[in-house]
Design a protein around this ligand. Structure first.
Ligand code: GDP
Ligand code: ZN
Length: 363
């Protein structure tokens, strides 16, 4: 009996390992080609510092809008650069720092980028840049209406890490906590689970203005992108912090559908300095390639325990000798973190049913 079980485990893991290796090979190959596509055009470029400098604020049907010394100039790509365009979906992106020939209104050089926010094109394998040279991403998550979804926050945290963008978690609608004890409990559970991870977390409300001054100073002088599902309060927060008049609620969704100027992202200049990337809807941030490696790298708090699992390739689902499940049972690992890990892993694997796994972890 004992032997049978042992053989089964061996076989299970041998198969798993093979699958994992195959998957890893596929992923690293994919990653390499992606890297090449983004960077090959920039490698040998020597930037001419004597040329006027500007920043791409939006790309529309009319052309590329570049901000140069507080003016907006409608530009086109110079011929030489256009050839390179064949290699990438979008050679120039919102947020790019460019060198200009003002006489012909053309972009002659594109400076190397320090960060990118990308998604995979819906059809095909090319990478599509949403915006570049972003300092930070504000992940807006409401505490109530709709309730907090930690897995969604982790998803954005992974996206930020991949794009080399500093994440800030903003928990919104704190004004609604008083009347909602369940959500309040969830809020405290979230703080206990996520504060030790070291990410900046700010609790705010556009209704009471709590935390809005702190948010404003975090955004001042920086280029920030807001992430979060529709209706979480992104526009309301910007309006509250900077006196802007971005449309909110249902009205905002209607206008976005009808607009043709903001089919891609747009840089909004903030009063007092800094920019915010405005994007039509938020679907842009949910369409990117999540890999098993991304998930494992992000959940470092699980990794601490994983080192002690009996099998080095333990998936922490139902394997014998799993130290992660043991830590969970003993209350050393927050259930919220484990659940988020499971749901993201499921997504990375392409949506396998993990209800059974959850059940097991709760036993
Ligand atoms: P966006 O789609 O992320 O830009 O979200 P909106 O800014 O349009 O806000 C969606 C809805 O949430 C609107 O009806 C806002 O009035 C509401 N809302 C935004 N912030 C708060 C808040 O702090 N408290 C409450 N109670 N409602 C908020
Ligand atoms: Zn394990």
């Amino acid at each position: 009996m004992k032997n049978d079980r042992f053989d089964f485990e061996e076989e299970f893991h041998a198969r798993d390992k093979k699958q994992f290796r195959k998957e890893r090979k596929r992923l690293t190959e994919g990653d390499r080609s992606k890297f090449k596509k983004t960077d090959q055009t920039k490698k040998d470029t020597v930037i001419d510092d004597t040329l006027p400098r500007g920043q791409v604020v939006s790309i529309t049907g009319e052309g590329i809008w570049v901000e140069h010394e507080n003016n907006r100039v409608l530009c086109a790509l110079r011929g030489g650069l256009k050839k390179e365009k064949l290699l990438v979906k979008n050679l120039v992106a919102v947020g790019d720092f460019v060198r200009l020939d003002l006489e012909t209104s053309s972009i002659v050089q594109i400076e190397p980028r320090f960060s990118t926010l990308a998604r995979t094109e819906i059809r095909g394998q090319r990478e599509q840049l949403i915006a570049v040279n972003i300092d930070q991403v504000v992940i807006v998550a409401p505490l109530v209406e709709p309730p907090l979804k930690p897995a969604l926050i982790d998803r954005y945290l992974i996206a930020a890490a991949k794009g080399n963008i500093r994440p800030i978690i903003v928990l919104n609608k704190t004004d609604l906590l008083d009347e909602n004890p369940t959500e309040t409990a969830l809020y405290h559970e979230f703080l206990a689970a996520y504060e030790p991870l070291g990410f900046p977390i700010l609790s705010v409300s556009t209704t009471t203005h709590a935390g809005i001054d702190a948010l404003r100073s975090l955004l001042q002088g920086k280029t920030t992108v807001f992430a979060g599902q529709s209706g979480v309060g992104k526009s309301s927060l910007l309006n509250a912090a900077f006196g802007l008049s971005l449309k909110t609620g249902e009205l905002a969704q209607k206008t976005y559908k009808g607009t043709h100027t903001t089919t891609t992202a747009e840089l909004i200049t903030l009063p007092g300095g800094g920019h915010v990337v405005d994007t039509p809807g938020t679907r842009s941030f949910t369409l990117w390639n999540l890999t098993r490696e991304d998930v494992v790298a992000h959940f470092r708090d699980l990794g601490v325990w994983a080192k002690e699992c009996r099998f080095p390739d333990c998936g922490h689902v139902a394997e014998p000798g799993c130290a992660v499940l043991k830590a969970l049972k003993e209350g050393k690992l927050p259930l919220m973190r484990y659940e988020s890990y499971c749901s993201l892993l499921e997504e990375a694997a392409g949506g396998a049913d993990n209800r059974t796994r959850r059940k097991m972890s709760e036993e």
